[in-house]
Design a binder for this molecule. Structure first.
Ligand code: ZN
Length: 409
């Protein structure tokens, strides 16, 4: 048994939280020290706000932290893909290097308050499932502290005779072990065909599907509709998600509502990824530059599950990024026009739901995956994002950060 003492519970309330067997066993008003039995394990949270731990629905741990090694001066999606392919061909992307950087990236996630992450990992003709093996090796180091889901991100094309090598690489990845099948229908000559290949493979393997969907601004491209219809027609009921969905944001309100209704009916989660899409999209549109975000409100109005992620972190697809979901939440407030509490749900429990994990709450019986942050409110935490945090995985302290600030005047 352990007590997380003096935790901020919002609205000026402070509580002591007892954890037993990984779950919250009791919550009381904050008690004076003298009333706590001397032999009880105690963590003093100093009044910091205690919240559900955060989760990252869309990372690329095989690419993270390569911004210097793989430069992308063009700054757009094709520039990033070309830069990555060239670096791989030059032998710069090694299995050992991927494992090492993925470990660093997971450390960063953990210290910011993340206890669950879904990562896409490249699976291609040229590299087979080597990157999946490398990220798997990194994930084993975090077995006790992070839920890690791996998506086999299949290279393009994935269909037709030209896609045979990619499909063979996917078969290899399924043998190594992945949790979901991924790919990019908007980059394939046969987008609908790709959706079918992905759903067939996932059905056979008994796993989920998470596709990079319509990551461009051309409103004529809308494979999200095909994806949702196919999921509904098949009755596919494993985990299913559509990441990006940028072109949905470029449609008329009527089309947004129609497609969002299909997405909700298909039980698909949608992940807006504001950092990377603000970075990659709209470089050819100097006037009224689009934001590259999906139609968040239309999806919410239709009842679809929307969670938000950081996507690329300090690689050719996005040169910056802190691996801090509070950065994503801030962008969902500023660029996605969400209220702060809703933005926080989008980087915590909505992600957990999309990943098939149980929800977490400051309630008796809840799993004690929690983060304490030195902030007065969720809004304040998102605004300041202080590096003063305590991260708990099933009640065990797994990461800490303490921020020193001094002002001399
Ligand atoms: Zn991605």
């Amino acid at each position: 048994m352990k007590i997380l003492r003096n935790a901020g519970a919002g609205e000026g309330r402070f509580v002591d939280v007892t954890v037993q067997d990984g779950r919250i066993a009791n919550i009381t008003a904050h008690l004076p020290d003298s009333l706590v039995p001397g032999d009880t394990a105690v963590v003093d949270l100093q009044g910091w706000l205690l919240m559900p731990a955060m989760a990252e629905p869309h990372a690329h741990l095989d690419k993270a932290l390569t911004a210097e090694m793989v430069p992308n001066p063009a700054g757009d999606l094709m520039g990033a893909i070309d830069a990555w392919v060239a670096a791989a061909a030059a032998g710069q992307i090694t299995e050992a290097g991927i494992t090492e950087r993925a470990i660093k990236a997971m450390d960063l996630l953990l210290v910011h308050g993340v206890t669950a992450v879904r990562t896409h990992v490249n699976v291609m003709d040229s590299i087979g499932a080597s990157a999946v093996r490398a990220v798997r090796a990194a994930a084993t180091e975090f077995a006790d502290v992070l839920d890690v889901q791996i998506v086999a991100l299949c290279g393009s094309p994935m269909t037709g005779p030209e896609g045979a090598g990619t499909r063979a690489a996917l078969a290899e990845a399924l043998e190594v072990g992945v949790d979901l099948v991924g790919g990019c229908p908007h980059l394939d000559p046969d987008g609908v065909g790709l959706i079918n290949v992905a759903l067939d493979a996932a059905t056979e393997a008994g796993i989920g599907v998470d596709l990079h969907v319509d990551e461009m601004l051309d409103p004529a491209v809308l494979t999200l509709r095909d994806f949702a219809k196919e999921v509904i027609d098949r009755g596919f009921d494993n985990l299913v998600a559509a990441s990006h969905c940028v072109t949905l944001g470029m449609q008329t309100p009527e089309v947004q509502a129609e497609v969002s209704a299909l997405v909700a009916e298909a039980n698909m989660a949608v992940f807006p990824l504001p950092q990377t899409n603000l970075f990659l999209q709209g470089r050819d549109n100097p006037t009224a530059t689009p934001r590259g975000l999906t139609a968040v409100s239309a999806l919410q109005d239709a009842g679809a599950l929307v969670a938000a992620g950081a996507d690329n972190v300090q690689d050719p697809f996005n040169l910056v990024g802190r691996s801090d979901p509070l950065e994503t939440a801030a962008l969902m407030v500023m660029a996605g026009h969400q209220l702060p509490n809703d933005a926080y749900d989008m980087v915590s429990n909505n992600v957990r739901q999309a990943m098939g994990l149980e929800a977490v709450a400051l309630e008796v019986g809840s799993l004690a995956d929690l983060v304490a942050i030195d902030a007065p409110s969720i809004r304040g935490a998102i605004a300041d994002a202080p590096m003063a945090r305590r991260v708990f995985r099933q009640g065990t302290l797994v990461a800490s950060a303490d921020q020193q600030v001094s002002v001399n005047r």
